[in-house]
Ligand binder design. Sequence first.
Ligand code: SF4
Length: 382
Amino acid sequence: MTTTEKISTVNYHLVKGCNYGCKFCFANFNDVKKQVPFKAQKRMLEIIAAQKYVRKINFVGGEPTLLGKRLVDLVKYASKLGLTTSVTTNGSLIDSRWVKEISSYLDILTVSIDSATDEINRLSGRCSKKEELPTLAHYEELASACHKYGVNLKINTVVSKFNKDENLALFINKLNPIRWKIFQALRVEGENDANFGQCEVSDAEYAEYCNRQIASVANKSIVVVETNDLMRGSYLMINPEGCFFDNTNGGYTTSQKIAEVGFEKALSQINYSAEKFVKRNGEYEVGNKNDKSGLYVKTRHFRKRQRERNVSDMEVDAVLSNIKCSFAGKVLIVVGKSFMKLNHIRIQHKNLVVMLDRFVLVTVFFCENLCELKTKNRIVLL
Ligand code: SF4
């Protein structure tokens, strides 16, 4: 197995700027002189999509929505290249209209929310330079839009000295994300070490915070706890200059430019551990809206049933991995088996609704227009 074969997700940090000034931020990219132009970013996506085992791309920053329409175009392009797409944002520059517009191409929207209290957000710097920040209603609007338009919502929370005593779970319950990742603030030399004394939480404080949230969150299966140790070396990251970088040595170690030396060679110049990626449960799957091998969109109803039956995301993933979709001539063939606790899954595609129920089942969808099916394929879990 080559190194590339161990990869499923790439985090592409498109921009070094941000409209916020979080004191624990480790994505300032102080050493990066300039980000690659739009055309080169698209070329980078082609290189990433050409790697057989890369399935998902996460667009990160700085703040990626500062790119405006260019970000939307990159998400569309990545989706059409067959990648599952994800954007991680502070959420301040987007609204429900933005979610609606991008929803045909965006599989996951990750919004960073550390606190439901303005004062804490201002103290930690999670606000604009003028100390402006979104209202809680704004985050609720984004969450509703995700649920309405079929984009999987994720929340990222960084635990620091500023928010360590808060119980954020009650607000998270309102947002109803598919995944809530709780990070321990991480020191990265050259990025946030100047302020880190104000931010740092001990392992015990971090564990206490996580336990408090887990006790209050309605759906415990959404919580992913990520300690400093799990964060180091478990993310495959590309910086705004188009180089891999890793955080295993305290600061950043950077490769040569991927477009110049190739994916494999650049990858060999940094430390990335696929084992740690799997260990931190990075390999969850939501499917790509434009991937002809199948798209799985969980409806609100499906998530509700998942909660009621206390089925974890990992169990759903195991079920979905047993459903295979493929094209043969003018038909889409869906094969499913082994549905465990879920009992049944209804799959809807266009006008067809198919019940898969504890049996190996083959379903054939007849399509009028194969091209349309390939580009607009949506399979909805009801
Ligand atoms: S919003 Fe994200 S990128 Fe911006 S300063 Fe905060 S942590 Fe850094």
